[in-house]
Design a protein around this ligand. Structure first.
Ligand SMILES: [Zn+2]
Length: 431
């Protein structure tokens, strides 16, 4: 049966733009909407009107002073000469503003809140907010990383209060750590924040400790921030699916959320110019299916965050919406087809199914990363089975990794030797 899937977007979000070349551009929304129409998915969804978030809603999370500063930027931007830019923080040139930014940011958050509300009211089964500017880097008093208002964090808080929800889960698969979402919610044990992202030992945006596995939440919220921070680029389907099977699913099944919001960034997709990871469009369908399986009534709302390769962005969004509508996820290139067939909507895949369906092996350093997260959460979640599965995998992968490293070194030596020979030859030639 086709599900009732809500989609929210607004043309005026496209007016937030800059005259500089910038990856976070209006064409992102345009390309997604075009792809959804071309695949005849949009016609199957329920399009919702979009309204601005109120100041009362925004100040669930942001300070009044910060919201006022964003609002006041409209008048400042109207005064700018052609080619002039305005920034809330002159040191942060990532967050460009024009006279439409404040409205676009309010529309993004307001649209998401209404969509989530309709899902909680049972008017819709699930939904996706095709919104910009993105939100998960935005802090209480600060815009960051193209983000102004933290739409997902605001929606989580507003809806939680409105519906008296005990437990909300946020799954953030954007390639960057959602520092804003974590900071705004890290003392809260009623909202669980999970993020999988590139960390590169603190060398990937947002630089520093943000999103390291030992950041587990604070005070009452200890255990309710869960971070898987990859050590490098190049992570793909096997790593992401393994992370969902071994960490997201078992934790979600223990937490039993009333609602799941997804900070759906597609900058971990294959070909993204910022993320340099390899998640295929088909895998996003699988991730969506897995998230659906984590909430017993499938109450899931996706909100667009990053994603800067228009092709992979639009195709991946289409896969997510197709799965929300009830279609099975498309077959993955690197996994046996049986994985897909083992994914009926009423019977979520569990860790034991993972062994049965022989998921392609993730890279050794990704396995070690997941083990670090599990180790940091020992006191909070039961993950012993997953830990032993990953430990066994690490033992199996180690000799293969050693061979790979040896081969890489050999190739490097060969290259250096060739280079030395070339230099000698050049010297002789010059003489
Ligand atoms: Zn991102």
């Amino acid at each position: 049966m086709t599900k009732r899937v809500g989609v929210v977007t607004h043309d005026e979000m496209k007016k937030h733009c800059t005259f500089h070349e910038h990856p976070e551009r209006p064409e992102r929304i345009e390309s997604i909407m075009k792809e959804l129409a071309a695949q005849e998915l949009l016609q199957k969804c329920i399009s919702l009107p979009c309204r601005e978030a109120t100041t009362e809603e925004l100040t669930f999370i942001h300070s009044v002073e910060y919201v006022t500063r964003v609002d006041e930027s409209v008048a400042i931007c109207k005064e700018l000469e052609d080619g002039e830019s305005h920034y809330l923080d002159p040191a942060d040139k990532d967050c460009f503003l024009n006279e439409f930014t404040a409205r676009a940011a309010r529309l993004a958050t307001g649209g998401l809140i209404d969509l989530v509300e309709k899902v909680m009211n049972d008017e819709l089964d699930s939904g996706m907010a095709i919104i910009r500017p993105p939100g998960h880097h935005a802090e209480e008093n600060k815009c960051m990383g193209f983000c102004f208002f933290n739409s997902v964090a605001v929606a989580a808080k507003v809806i939680q209060q409105k519906f008296n929800l005990q437990k909300v889960m946020i799954v953030d698969w954007d390639v960057h750590h959602g520092n804003g979402t974590q900071h705004l919610l890290e003392n809260d044990n009623s909202i669980l924040y999970f993020s999988v992202h590139r960390h590169d030992n603190g060398n990937f945006y947002p630089i520093g400790n943000s999103g390291s596995p030992e950041q587990i939440g604070k005070g009452l919220g200890a255990g309710f921030s869960v971070n898987v921070g990859w050590p490098r680029d190049g992570m793909g389907d096997a790593e992401y699916l393994s992370c969902f099977y071994n960490i997201v699913l078992p934790i979600a099944h223990q937490f039993e959320p009333d609602l799941i919001l997804v900070s759906a960034g597609f900058d971990c997709a294959l070909g993204d110019p910022l993320g340099h990871c390899n998640v295929t469009e088909e895998a996003f369908g699988h991730l969506t299916q897995l998230v659906l399986s984590c909430q017993k009534r499938g109450k899931v709302v996706l909100a667009l965050e990053g994603g800067y390769n228009l092709h992979s962005l639009s195709k991946s969004c289409a896969q997510c919406i197709s799965v929300l509508l009830g279609a099975p996820p498309s077959s993955l290139h690197s996994l046996p087809k049986v994985l897909m067939e083992g994914c009926p909507e009423d019977k979520p895949l569990t860790v034991s199914s993972q062994q049965k369906y022989k998921l392609a092996d993730p890279a050794l350093d990704a396995v070690k990363t997941m083990l670090a997260t599990i180790s940091a959460h020992k006191e909070h979640w039961v993950l012993e089975h997953e830990e032993s599965v990953l430990n066994e995998l690490a033992v199996k992968l180690k000799p293969l990794e050693e061979v790979k490293q040896k081969e890489l070194k050999k190739a490097q030596r060969k290259k250096e030797k060739a280079l030395r020979r070339l230099t000698r030859w050049e010297m002789q030639f010059r003489r």
